[in-house]
Design a protein around this ligand. Structure first.
Ligand code: ADP
Ligand code: ZN
Length: 673
């Protein structure tokens, strides 16, 4: 008679513990680490994940598992290890981390996916077959690749920061590293900030390696499409996975290389539980598999550059554009001294307008960048000063011209746009502030003969819209493309000779300690779209704060100078990379209860704190009301996240016993609050 069997199971609830279950003898041969089981849990039956198997249990009144869902484990030992680390570092439960790691076809205990035969989700890629001729590497590319190769050959963990200015040929270095990885019979994962926005990157990878070797993971894929890609990766038919941050959980068996393109991008941080940052998580996954990580960017994040200076990462550099092309000439226009008409708002300065006209005359193309969607960004009554706000979020609503609606950009609230002030009944209300739609309409007025396209998340709602807009721009059908930060990524169109930034101040004025970094990097990235062909490019930046160092450094394309100035300020204020931040956000519909409980939690934390953290707050969060909930904030600064999380865990236990307020913890947040 063999011994008894017990399994340790975690569930997708914000509960820190593992639960023991007894395994009936009939299921002994079926249980395995990484398989799902149906288990009784608080009068329900729910899905659990097996994370341990033992012959003993200390639990007296133990329940037994009902059935085993999977024939083979759907979570590999590497991913089990990774999710354990995620739960400890990003302060979530192991079950939540595992649930996030599952591809959608496997969530909620599902097993069957009906796979319908059909075309590729990327029709435009169908005809690309991997037979372009190879470029001869430049000396810089060659040197960069050599350093990485040495590591790849030793099959040893290592992190490289590849700082390459725009159009310096970073992709070619990725290609070389991938080729070597495949030659060693290992697989690669390539991350792009948002796959829908980088059709050109996809095209180049497909051209290079052929679509049979590539698996695309993408939020717009249907469940059955995702299932197919998942199987292709697991069976090692697909050797290269391209995807957004969730691809970190792809069932790659023999991982050799991880590439994170545009590593500085905000989209690499997940905004709901588990709130992981891809760069950090990718490094952990590579460490587990003895793989190499390449972080590529023209504007590395302060954290990554700091790690390179500390020699935690190997620093490699591509300091020149391909074929010795010049970086575009940048001109800053001081909007304070522009002549304006009484009749309409000043959107385009005379210089920018003239330059656009000149481009159109030369049959060259233009990109105009404004990081704000919608038509008017706030609506105000000139008589009583009333500003229309979202009733649930306490932020100004944005007027959308195409829908004739006032829309909240934080929740789904929207209302019909009216002419009458709801406060004082004055018969006219003003639509102020400029979004991409207003720029578009101004362009129609100024250049009626031009073909104008818009690329922002409103325009991209349809499944393949991004490919269509992109194709029309690439083929020259669109003369001027207006858009948000989506434009800053990956576009490599030789005929673009002018890039205009409508307002550099939009990101600069955000209440965020990364505002300067974001502004510098967006300006540099978007400027990098100009002059990638034979004709030199030109960039015009409109701003009300031309003296700001983020703008001055972007003007000179000087990353190093920017880093030097910004890092001093981070050091003085004890901000990342000199410390880690943890946002503790409390929320409730009942404001008084919220304030009371925020103070209570703060007191408990202060009492137990033995210098693991520096505590600040409690204060109302920068977004003080969201979707009907009031929000308060406690900030913890620390040098050791795991230590700090232990403290938080203990204090929350004590506090939760008397509190109905909801709390979320965001480790290494993008912004405070
Ligand atoms: P980055 O990602 O650094 O902005 P890309 O990888 O997009 O730059 O390269 C810019 C352009 O230069 C692309 O059109 C690419 O095909 C071309 N290119 C890259 N390396 C070489 C090379 N060694 N020889 C010729 N052209 C190259
Ligand atoms: Zn809202």
């Amino acid at each position: 008679m063999s011994a008894d069997k017990y399994v340790q199971v975690v569930v997708n609830l914000p509960l820190k513990s593992e639960f023991d279950y007894f395994v009936p003898r009939s299921l002994h041969s079926k249980v395995d680490l990484g398989k799902r089981v149906w288990v009784p849990f608080r009068n329900r039956t729910i899905v659990g994940y097996i994370v341990g198997i033992t012959e003993k249990s200390r639990i007296k009144k133990i329940k037994e598992i009902k059935s085993v869902i999977d024939d083979t484990p759907i979570i590999s030992p590497e991913i089990l290890e990774l999710t354990r680390w995620i739960s400890e570092y990003y302060f979530c439960s192991r079950g939540e981390a595992i649930e996030a790691a599952l591809a959608s076809p496997f969530k909620k205990g599902k097993t069957q996916v009906r796979v319908r035969a059909g075309g590729s989700p990327y029709p435009v890629l169908e005809n690309l077959s991997g037979k372009t001729k190879d470029n001869i590497l430049t000396a810089h590319q060659d040197k960069a690749l050599n350093e990485i190769s040495e590591h790849l050959n030793r099959e040893e963990f290592g992190v490289f920061l590849l700082h390459g200015i725009t159009a310096s040929g970073k992709t070619e270095v990725y290609f070389g590293a991938i080729e070597q990885t495949l030659a060693k019979n290992r697989q690669a994962i390539v991350f792009v900030p948002e796959i829908a926005l980088t059709p050109q990157t996809l095209e180049r990878f497909t051209e290079k390696f052929g679509k049979d070797l590539i698996a695309l993971i993408h939020s717009r894929l249907s469940k059955s499409e995702k299932f197919v890609e998942w199987q292709r990766i697991k069976s090692e038919q697909a050797k290269i996975v391209i995807g957004p941050r969730s691809a970190i959980f792809a069932p790659v068996k023999h991982l050799g290389l991880i590439v994170v393109d545009e590593e500085h991008e905000n989209t690499y941080k997940q905004e709901d539980a588990p709130r992981y940052h891809l760069v950090n998580t990718a490094i952990k996954r590579a460490e587990i598999s003895n793989a190499v990580v390449i972080l590529g960017s023209a504007t590395p994040s302060l954290e990554s550059m700091y790690s390179a200076k500390q020699k935690d990462f190997v620093f490699i550099e591509l300091p020149e554009r391909i074929e010795g092309r010049d970086l575009p000439q940048v001109q800053v226009v001081d909007m304070r001294y522009q002549r304006r008409s009484a009749k309409r708002p000043l959107i385009l300065s005379k210089v920018l307008e003239d330059n656009i006209a000149q481009c159109l005359k030369n049959k060259e193309q233009v990109i105009l960048f404004l990081n704000r969607r919608g038509f008017s960004t706030f609506v105000q009554c000139p008589k009583c000063g009333y500003v229309e706000k979202c009733p649930k979020c306490n932020v100004a609503v944005v007027y959308h011209f195409d829908r004739q609606q006032l829309v909240c950009h934080h929740c789904s609230y929207h209302t019909q746009a009216g002419q009458v002030c709801p406060e004082c009944s004055a018969g006219y209300i003003r639509y102020l502030g400029t979004g991409t739609q207003k720029v578009e309409s101004e362009l129609y007025r100024l250049f009626p003969q031009a073909c104008i396209g818009r690329m922002d998340s409103d325009a991209l709602k349809e499944k393949n819209a991004h490919f269509e807009i992109f194709d029309d721009f690439k083929s020259g059908k669109i003369d001027i493309l207006v858009g948000t930060q989506m434009l800053a990524k990956g576009l490599d169109i030789p005929n673009v000779t002018l890039v205009g930034v409508i307002s550099a101040d939009v990101t600069l004025n955000l209440p965020d300690f990364r505002a300067s970094e974001r502004t510098f990097s967006l300006l540099t990235q978007v400027a990098g779209r100009a002059g990638r062909g034979k004709t030199p490019g030109r960039v015009i930046i409109q701003t009300y704060t031309p003296e700001h160092y983020a703008i001055k450094c972007a003007l000179n394309h000087d990353y190093n100078d920017f880093y030097k100035q910004e890092i001093v300020f981070r050091k003085q204020l004890k901000l990342p990379p000199y410390t880690h931040l943890i946002n503790i956000i409390l929320r409730s519909k009942n404001k008084e209860m919220l304030i009371n409980n925020s103070h209570k939690l703060f007191d408990i934390l202060s009492r137990h704190n033995k210098k693991q953290v520096i505590l600040m707050g409690p204060v109302p969060a920068p977004v003080s009301k969201l979707r009907g909930n009031f929000r308060w904030l406690i900030i913890a600064k620390c040098s050791d996240i795991l230590q700090a999380n232990k403290l938080l865990g203990r204090c929350f236990e004590q506090w939760k016993a008397h509190s109905n307020v909801k709390v979320t913890v965001d480790v290494d947040p993008r912004a405070i609050g």
